[in-house]
Design a protein around this ligand. Structure first.
Ligand code: PLP
Length: 404
């Protein structure tokens, strides 16, 4: 089956060139079934949920809560009460950090470890938590091969370590972090050490089983998993979420309100104040069902093939530094070409119809660590093809011949 045919936007022409879209780590395109689910919601279901006695409200509520079950099933989460809808990864990490700041769990001098390859959204919310609590943020260094430095991490874990937060897959390097080992070591250090996994770059690409992984929080963005922007999920261990304080106050997150006080709703509604992104959450579930139909392991295999092809082709062109090892990477390749500015390369590729991302990828501390201003990043989705990789390689070679 021609998968690309079910993505209307992929037939876009850039000038006279067919689009080769390799900016999937930034956001993915949406298949027809996802677009249809959005239209279907507004044509047939649109209504506010949970409080309405009427037919449309009941139907929308049913669909919305079925979407929650679908997310729980997709992530193999122990309970759908642990699925909190958010607007994305950034919102999820902020929610956790803000709620922990309000709790008594973080004290002055406690330590929060994050990986050097973290996205700003896995750094800044923790810095804000540190400002409020007196906790200290400590970056875990990388090995010279730009992989997670397990020895350094093990030596950093101590009695003050309260939180470890890491991306499953680095959006700037493509490196897959050893998440099960990171979690196991944190829990060996202290069973109360909390581990948050940033799943922004893993959820669409590799199987995730939250019943087995052992982390405390897992977050992702819908728009990187073929769903609309403004959707996402925070998964949190039920025992934790139920004991942590609420964050945003308002409708939906309450049981009873009076001027003398308020009692809060049960999970997950305690963390979903206000009217949620009803349509977006329902469409997110449609996107996850679509991914399941394609098969996450088959997607992983396909993308691994493209990624390997890309690395081999770039090595053949020569004079290109691929950041991180070829093996053990997610569906993206980030390069630095000595003497060539990443923005110039990205601009020339765009003129040839090839969409890549250039710059710091919201990882400025990583760029400072590497002593560079940015990279050129090729990132893949299930709809990319070997022919597209070949075109991207040919265009890269042509652009570099013009630039060097
Ligand atoms: N974390 C990682 C690893 C990412 O790649 C991204 C987005 O690129 C984010 C967090 C932030 O995601 P969002 O902007 O969808 O909240």
């Amino acid at each position: 089956m021609d998968i690309q045919a079910s993505y209307p936007i992929l037939s876009t022409k850039i000038g006279k060139h067919p689009l080769v879209y390799l900016d999937n780590a930034a956001t993915t395109h949406k298949p027809q079934c996802v677009l249809q689910a959005e239209l279907n919601y507004y044509e047939k279901l649109n209504s506010n949920i949970h409080r309405g006695a009427h037919y449309l409200s009941r139907m929308a509520t049913e669909e919305h809560e079925a979407a929650r079950s679908a997310v729980a099933q997709f992530l193999h989460a122990p309970s759908e009460r642990e699925i909190v809808f958010t607007s994305g990864t950034t919102a999820g990490i902020n929610l956790v950090a803000q709620v922990l700041a309000l709790s008594s769990l973080i004290r002055s001098g406690d330590e929060i470890l994050v990986t050097t390859d973290s996205h700003h959204s896995n750094i800044v919310p923790w810095q804000m938590l540190c400002q409020r609590t007196g906790a200290v943020l400590r970056p875990i260094p990388l090995t010279p091969a730009l992989t997670f430095d397990m020895d350094a991490y093990l030596s950093m874990l101590n009695a003050r370590t309260r939180i470890v937060a890491a991306p499953y897959i680095s959006n700037a390097l493509g490196v897959i972090n050893p998440i099960p080992e990171i979690i196991a070591a944190a829990k060996r250090n202290n069973t109360d050490t909390l581990v948050l996994v940033d799943g922004a770059q893993s959820t669409a690409h590799v199987p995730v089983n939250l019943s087995e992984l052992g982390c405390d929080f897992y977050v992702f963005s819908g728009h990187k998993v073929y769903a609309p922007t403004g959707t996402g999920v925070l998964w949190g261990r039920e025992s934790l979420l139920s004991s942590l304080p609420p964050w945003l106050g308002g409708g939906e997150m309450i049981k009873e309100v009076s001027f003398s006080g308020t009692t809060y709703n049960d999970l997950p509604f305690k963390y979903e104040a206000g009217t949620p992104n009803i349509c977006g959450n329902i469409v997110l579930a449609a996107a996850l069902r679509y991914v399941q139909e394609q098969g996450i392991s088959a997607i992983d295999e396909h993308e691994q093939r493209l990624t390997r092809m890309m690395c081999e082709g770039l090595n053949r062109i020569g004079g290109i530094d691929i950041l991180g090892p070829v093996e053990g990477r997610g569906a993206l390749v980030s390069i630095v070409v000595p003497g060539v500015h990443h923005y110039d390369l990205g601009t020339l590729l765009d003129q040839m119809g090839v969409a890549v991302r250039t710059g710091h990828h919201c990882c400025q501390p990583l760029m400072q660590y590497l002593g560079i201003t940015g990279t050129t990043r090729y990132s893949f989705a299930l709809y990319n093809t070997a022919e597209e990789v070949e075109r991207a390689l040919a265009c890269t070679e042509r652009a570099l011949n013009m630039l060097r």
